[in-house]
Write a protein that binds this ligand. Sequence first.
Ligand SMILES: *Cc1c(COP(=O)(O)O)cnc(C)c1O
Length: 429
Amino acid sequence: MNTNKSKKLFEQARQIIPGGVNSPVRAFKSVGGNPLFIEKGVGSKIYDVDGNEFIEYIGSWGPHLFGHNPPFIKKALLKSIENGTSFGAPTELEVKMARLITNLVPSVDMVRMVNSGTEATMSAVRTARGYTGKEKFVKFEGCYHGHADYFLIKAGSGALTLGVPTSPGVTKGNAEDTLLADYNNIDSVKRLVKANKNKIAAVIIEPVAGNMGVVPADNNFLKELRQICDEEKIILIFDEVMTGFRVSQKGAQGIYNVKPDMITFGKIIGGGLPVGAFGGKKEIMEMVAPAGPVYQAGTLSGNPLAMAVGYAALTYIKDHPEVYDVLEKKSAYLENGFRNNMKKLNKSFAINRSGSMMTLFFNEGNVNNFQAAVKSDTVLFGKYFHEMLARGIYLAPSQFEAVFISTAHTTADFDKTITANFESLKAII
Ligand SMILES: *Cc1c(COP(=O)(O)O)cnc(C)c1O
């Protein structure tokens, strides 16, 4: 595969952009090699600057539920541009967008638009703190909630100990308010709640974790979490930046039947433009300025171009609820292909899938939390990644990410991917 242009661009980029990229995972650091510079995307395929074509499963890290550049999204964007790019004043589309989200997702009475998932989670936690008058919050090891200081905390020696910053620049003060629990382990939450009585404002969780690879929550675990939050007057926040409109039309609620107090969105609701949102019960959301005292703002929040595209994506989802059956069938086909390959190769690597999010872990045990996920063989994954890439299949360049299936992926795409999976596994094990 000729990647000369990408190589040259990366050399230039590294001189003037930290690490050569504007978001770390793009740099291929955990799999080795140079990142490819992408020129365009059409449906299930992307094309790099050297003219290589790939069937790809990143979908811009989640937004592209319908594949790259679907005509109805492009049309909405072009139409909106005719009226200007931004006004800094309210537009009708913001009302329509809020109505659509509140109609589609139970437990969202009110919603505030922001520009990224990071802003959404950061603002949700601030609102929960303002509402409850409490300061600490619980997050789960292996869950990612964007890069606000107090989310960049990993457990030290155990879930009960106070957080330790994993990123330089995060202060001790910030770390102390972040309590770390084990995913799918309700006792770890109970211990924290007991040790921090009346101090915990919120519990934030990815109801299907996608940022340690795909690790779905157990149903009972989420139910008990809901119960603890009710008993202790803690705000339960589902971070659905990835799972919102991905795992079902109602997000995780659609598959778990557990209602959070607040939800954060991003990715799909922007249809590929920079959008996030946080919402929840009316009495909580009315704390947000200017309705209430919790300050939250954004020069480009509710941007007309982003709203036009997001509204087109969500309208499509509303009008085509069958999209999720289609995605389930497609995703199951790919999963079964991978499973058959492993049978033939006498391997039992874990595959976790929730709807159109899936991860093949290079790990023969059951992966239901962070400790299990990190036991995966990342060196072997790196080899697998490059074998797949050489066969025209572009996966997320990290073991701890999801494969995203879109409605644009065809059976021919999957058959090619399944064959590549077999050959790649055979080459490396
Ligand atoms: C991607 C993601 C975020 C951060 O969103 P950005 O738009 O990258 O800031 C937060 N939470 C979850 C669950 C995510 O997957």
